[in-house]
Ligand binder design. Structure first.
Ligand code: HH2
Length: 275
């Protein structure tokens, strides 16, 4: 299995690490740390040295309650970072729901679009279809402002899977080939702890759609609920969650702490590949 991201062809024979680069003042765990393009690019390069296989650059927080950012502000945050990272040896994903940001990011060298809204915005499909970039389609119930108010499902795994499969069909209709697609159940996006745990426990069911699954659990509040720890003290729990996700079929983990995750996955890979 491999993933096509523009000029990159990523082998999925071992789990990949997507390192998070938040160029935002208000991200839930690292808001404001890398708000200047220079600091964000330095952070990105450090993540690559630590073992990131993909970088995910975002200019809009999607934490519960986050306020939307204008297209102009998001571009002002993201484009200078892409400019500084030109020629880097790993694909850069841009985390956005806005078609205009997608278009300009792709022009500026992004190899992947990570859309927490699964290309549902009008013209989002068209913005990415003709480009050859990779696309992460994520499930979310509601929107960041309201999603954690009272999420409801009859069968969260079946509903998330059906939604993602329908988005894959739409993407294929728009001309996006399957080798460019990644699916993400969207941990924490309109889900209670019980919903998140069910999705993690049965992640293989999402993977059985035949496309690579990305899991983003790093530092999330579900880990705070389970451990009682504040966001700055969730590294061990994040590592545990990443390993469980990979054991249950995830091919990509989206994490803030690349070095620690890489070491944990190295042990996992060594055990799994020498059986
Ligand atoms: N989680 C966040 C943002 N983008 N994209 C995907 N595909 N999957 C995720 O689980 C996911 C995501 C939230 O994490 P973070 O970017 O650190 O926080 P914020 O949204 O506050 O910037």
């Amino acid at each position: 299995m491999f993933l096509r991201c523009g000029k990159f062809e990523l082998s999925l024979s071992r789990p990949l690490i997507m390192g998070v680069v938040n160029v935002t003042p208000d991200s839930f765990s690292d808001g404001g740390l890398w708000i200047s393009a220079e600091k964000a690019a330095e952070h990105a390069l450090r993540l690559v040295k630590e073992g990131a296989d993909i970088l995910d650059v975002g200019g809009e927080s999607s934490r519960p309650g986050a306020l939307p950012v204008s297209v102009e502000d998001e571009l002002r945050r993201v484009l200078p970072v892409l400019e500084r990272l030109k020629g880097i040896e790993v694909p850069i994903s841009v985390d956005t729901v806005k078609p205009e940001v997608m278009r300009q990011a792709i022009r500026a060298g992004a190899s992947m679009i990570n859309d927490i809204n699964a290309l549902l915005a009008p013209s989002a499909m068209e913005a990415v279809a003709g480009s050859g970039v990779g696309v992460c389609l994520m499930h979310m119930q509601g929107d960041p402002q309201t999603m954690q108010k009272n999420p409801q499902y009859k069968d969260v795994v079946a509903e998330v899977k059906a939604f993602l499969e329908s988005r894959v069909r739409e993407a294929e209709k728009a001309g996006i080939s399957r080798e460019r697609l990644v699916l993400d159940p969207g941990f924490g996006f309109g889900k209670t702890v019980v919903h998140n745990l069910a999705l993690l426990r049965r992640l293989q069911s999402i993977a059985s759609a035949g496309l690579p699954v990305l899991a983003g659990l790093s530092r999330k509040s579900i880990l705070g609920v389970i451990t009682g720890n504040q966001v700055e003290d969730r590294l061990p729990a994040s590592i545990a969650a990443a390993l469980i996700a990979v054991a249950n079929g995830a091919k990509i983990v989206r994490v803030h702490d690349v070095k620690a995750t890489r070491d944990a996955l190295a042990v996992f890979n060594a055990v799994m590949s020498n059986g």
